[in-house]
Design a protein around this ligand. Sequence first.
Ligand code: RIB
Ligand code: CA
Length: 332
Amino acid sequence: MAPGFPVRKGHVMNTRKLLLDMDTGIDDAMAITYALADGSADLIGVTCCFGNVTNQTAVRNTLDLLSIMGRPDIPVFYGAEHPLEQNSFRVSDACIRIHGANGLGNVSIPTAGEPEKISAPDFILDAAGKYGENLILVATGALTNLAAAIRKDKETFAKIGKIVFMGGALTVEGNVTPYAEANIAVDPLAAKEVLESGIPMTMIGLDVTHKNLLTRTEAARWSGHGRAGKALYEIVAHYIDNELEQKSCSLHDPLAVAAALDETMVETHPFAMTVVTMGEAAGRTIACPFADQCENKNVSVALETSPRFVPEFVGKIESFLAAREKEEADRP
Ligand code: RIB
Ligand code: CA
């Protein structure tokens, strides 16, 4: 057994393994919690990158969140600190406002655990080699770690059974510019390399995430369930308060996890996709416009979602938090 793959005593292992790659801010935190709550695939690790926060803060947030959710055994890995062809990164003022200075809505949760020694791209490749078809990779930040893994060993990376990323906007406007969505805008070159790799993947963009909203009333159902429920609610309340209407927030990253675990959550259409890397439209995800050059339609772009998603998301997290509360109360 390679170091870093968690095995829990008494847990019946799922065949499907889940690996999350993220810039752990608030919707990433909800995505982690949803993955644990759903439980239909074993979360074998979380690899981090820059984006909503720095790579260091993403690692810290992930460790602390996994710990408060009762899963400090899940390994966490440092990843990219900056875009592929830059040597530094600064968190944007918009991210500080939306996700808070600490990326978790300025809510403080206990610090716990240490990251692993190997890098995010290396862990992704190790997991691809070990689990192959049974591995599901969900990326909800910049695609820099994925691009680095592909540059290092494309053949092994291509063994991953399912790749889903939250990012891009095909039929709607961007959210950081009129053209670009945040995860793609922050490293367009990495995104271009991943999307043009020819490897099959699913894109969960703003086309669908903006249609799936979580209201404050729904999130409040979590708040009474112990310290984990209280913390998650307070974190999410910050996110909602910083949305325009201050009533609800888009479930960007959780929808990517849900679509990865249950394909019926989204309706997809195949496209040959690329990314604009320069100029005013940098970060824009576009579908190949020339029919004769669009043979490799390797990106399945989600354009519709199931009405089941939001109620299932809220309900599964509520049940998980209730069980977590009981587990803590029963602890001697
Ligand atoms: O555009 C939304 C995406 O950008 C989400 O993944 C959010 O967490 C940020 O990374
Ligand atoms: Ca994210």
